[in-house]
Design a binder for this molecule. Structure first.
Ligand SMILES: CC(C)(COP(=O)(O)OP(=O)(O)OC[C@H]1O[C@@H](n2cnc3c(N)ncnc32)[C@H](O)[C@@H]1OP(=O)(O)O)[C@@H](O)C(=O)NCCC(=O)NCCS
Length: 298
């Protein structure tokens, strides 16, 4: 089968119907360069589009820690759909916090969960990953703070990662909470670092410093601050813009085809496994203790 045919379902899949909930307006987010922007109604996420370069900066702004709850994930889905429909020239994902990129999944969504809400939460997380990991536009994470668990997943789903050093950490630390990163989290990490490093990182739940992350290839560059991270991200995207759009898109989606197909085919099974696991008394106890430990830090 030709590469074009192999990838055609992905391209079709990527062109999801545009979700009209995105409100668009001409908002100048930066005074120095022409921008237009749009934010979804709850404003948990901000989008600024640089009209000169066509690059969109998507900023997580559910402060203090951008923990990924249902509403934040829904907004991200809406925005990723809009970027896909707009044939975005590229996206930079970053955070409005000065110390946290994202604290990962909102533990409160999983602690004493209500069946309807937790089902919507998990399926929206699946959607978010399918849209980001399978986006036809190029993506960079400008990681300007700690990036554990789901924060790391978002960064891994992008094609390139620039992280502000040296004091922040990144990794899939789920085992430290007594939970297991599902298969598509694992795929995302294995797409970036070796199988050996992935297995070690996942079984220990290790959080890597920026230097350690750079050494194993978990991130691509270290930046001195957020502005430097954004500048490096833009440089990467401008390099991508010189490559044939179709060739670049097909190459990316071909490399990512297997994990995307896996989740599309196994969504229900993945949901059932998550629901079964998260409701186990031992897991609930673990989440309880973890929440307590976060509070005791103060
Ligand atoms: C991200 C982190 C390093 C930031 O540290 P920090 O800037 O010192 O912020 P805090 O730890 O004080 O967190 C701020 C608040 O967010 C809450 N919070 C942090 N991460 C959260 C999460 N993933 N889900 C829900 N709430 C979270 C904290 O409980 C705290 O709530 P409080 O103000 O009501 O006490 C730290 O919060 C952390 O390690 N979080 C857990 C990350 C994690 O293991 N995620 C896995 C989820 S599966």
């Amino acid at each position: 089968m030709s590469l074009g045919r192999q990838c055609s379902w992905l391209l079709r899949w990527s062109w999801q119907p545009y979700m009209s909930a995105v409100t668009r307006s001409c908002v100048g987010h930066y005074a120095t360069r022409p921008q237009r922007g749009f934010s979804s109604s709850e404003k948990l996420v901000d989008v600024a589009v640089n009209e000169e370069t066509g690059i969109s900066t998507v900023t997580l702004q559910r402060l203090p820690v951008n923990s990924l709850n249902l509403e934040l994930l829904q907004e991200l889905c809406t925005i990723f759909d809009a970027l896909e429909k707009d044939r975005s020239r590229g996206m930079i994902l970053t955070s409005a916090s000065s110390t946290v990129f994202s604290a990962g999944l909102d533990i409160l969504e999983m602690y004493k969960p209500k069946p309807d809400r937790v089902t919507a939460f998990w399926t929206t997380l699946q959607d978010t990953w399918l849209k980001l990991f399978g986006s036809s536009y190029p993506t960079v994470a400008a990681i300007n703070g700690h990036s554990p668990a789901g924060g790391c997943l978002l960064a891994l789903s992008c094609e390139y990662r620039v992280m502000v050093g040296p004091k922040y950490t990144i990794g899939l630390n789920e085992t430290q909470l007594g939970i297991v990163a599902p298969k598509w989290f694992q795929y995302s990490m294995r797409n970036v670092i070796s199988s050996r490093q992935t297995e070690l990182a996942l079984s220990t739940g290790q959080l890597f410093t920026t230097d350690e992350a750079l050494k194993i290839g978990l991130i691509d560059e270290i930046a001195t601050d957020k502005a430097d991270a954004i500048a490096k991200a833009e440089k990467f995207l401008l390099r991508m813009s010189k490559i044939s759009t179709t060739a670049r898109k097909l190459a990316k989606l071909s490399c990512r085809q297997e994990p995307l197909e896996w989740l599309v085919a196994n969504r229900q099974k993945d949901l059932q496994e998550f629901m079964g696991f998260v409701t186990l008394p031992a897991v609930q106890k673990g989440l309880d203790l973890y929440l307590e430990s976060l509070k005791k830090k103060k």
